[in-house]
Design a protein around this ligand. Structure first.
Ligand code: BV8
Ligand code: ZN
Length: 260
């Protein structure tokens, strides 16, 4: 399916109509979401914007095993703050639209996000490529940590905080996210690859397309014949390679893809 860019000028209504038509014609849709999908729920993105996570924290300072070994209280304090921010957030109309779209067509959600906003809107997430904030486990013995966390006010800024202690070995409990330098969960990666290879349309929402190997999925889909749509208010590292770029944000755009 190709969209000659000339007939789609910058008319957002025409782009929205073309995107909706492409979705309704698709046989198998895979949505690949990034931090921009959670932005309008109040969850800071990683890059861009003066409130982005990375503008105040350097990922190499915090989202790595080295950082944890160097200062687990600093890293845990940052994640505990993020867990509280996610718990206080609500899915927006875009999350709900994706859940509704899945009742109209074969649609699978693959996310780089570590929050549960897709699930709370009713989507079944095929793969969390970078894990889940709330899947806590012992850094030392790997045991899942199910004990409730002490209350944390989401309005409080991140602060150093001793990680919970593992009930089995007394080790330090970490978030179940994939840190830089860590391998992606094998099953999540495999099912995501299978899905994009089989898809005839991949809808990329809210990712800068900078983190590998997740950022390679849209090109893999295209090599296997899929049409690529992108929703992002800014051009990303993926935009040059998509069939239709919709310069907008997720919350107002995704509901427009629903059948009239
Ligand atoms: C691995 C969990 C190997 C943690 C995350 C040098 C070159 C190339 C690659 C590398 C390199 N050095 C190292 C690497 C590999 C590295 C990598 O890619 N680094 C990058 C930074 C260069 N990758 C890894 O380390 C991966 N592992 O390679 O392992 C290996 C193999 C075998 C055995 C052992 C090891 C692991 C990567 C996973 C890292 N973990 N998250 C945590 O959350 O703390 S990544 C983190 O950033 C997020 O999960 C997210 O996935 C990722 C990317 O961010 P985005 O989602 O794209 O968000 P971003 O803020 O960047 O962009 C937001 C976008 O939304 C913007 O475009 C914006 O315009 C848009 N937007 C804003 N508002 C809206 C919106 N869009 C729509 N609506 C809106 N309202
Ligand atoms: Zn343990």
């Amino acid at each position: 399916m190709s969209f000659s860019r000339s007939n789609l000028s910058d008319d957002l209504a025409a782009i929205a109509a073309a995107a909706r038509d492409a979705m309704l014609r698709a046989r198998h849709v895979v949505v690949l979401s990034g931090a921009g999908m959670s932005a309008q729920s109040g969850i800071a993105t990683f890059r861009g914007g003066d409130d982005s996570l990375w503008s105040r924290f350097d990922p190499q300072q915090l989202a790595t095993e080295q950082a944890w070994r160097r200062d687990a209280a600093l890293v845990w304090g940052w994640y505990r703050w993020r867990i509280a921010r996610v718990a206080a957030a609500q899915p927006h109309a875009g999350h709900h639209a994706l859940a509704a779209l899945a009742t109209h067509m074969p649609l699978q959600v693959v996310t780089q996000n570590v929050d549960d906003l897709h699930e709370r809107a009713g989507s079944e997430v095929l793969a969390h490529l970078h894990g889940r904030l709330d899947a806590l486990r012992c850094f030392d013995c790997g045991r899942a940590h199910a004990d409730p966390l002490p209350h944390y006010d989401p309005a409080d800024p991140p602060q150093r905080l001793a990680p919970p202690a593992c009930a089995q070995c007394g080790g330090q409990v970490r978030p179940g996210v994939v840190w830089f330098g860590e391998a992606l969960p094998e099953t999540a990666w495999q099912v995501a690859v299978q899905a994009v290879v089989a898809a005839d349309l991949v809808l990329v929402v809210g990712t800068s397309g900078l983190v590998q190997p997740a950022a390679g999925l849209p090109a893999l889909a295209r090599r296997n014949g899929a049409t690529l749509l992108e929703i992002n208010p800014e051009r990303s590292a993926l935009t040059a390679g998509v069939d239709l770029y919709w310069p907008t944000t997720a919350a107002p755009a995704l509901p427009q893809l629903l059948p009239a």
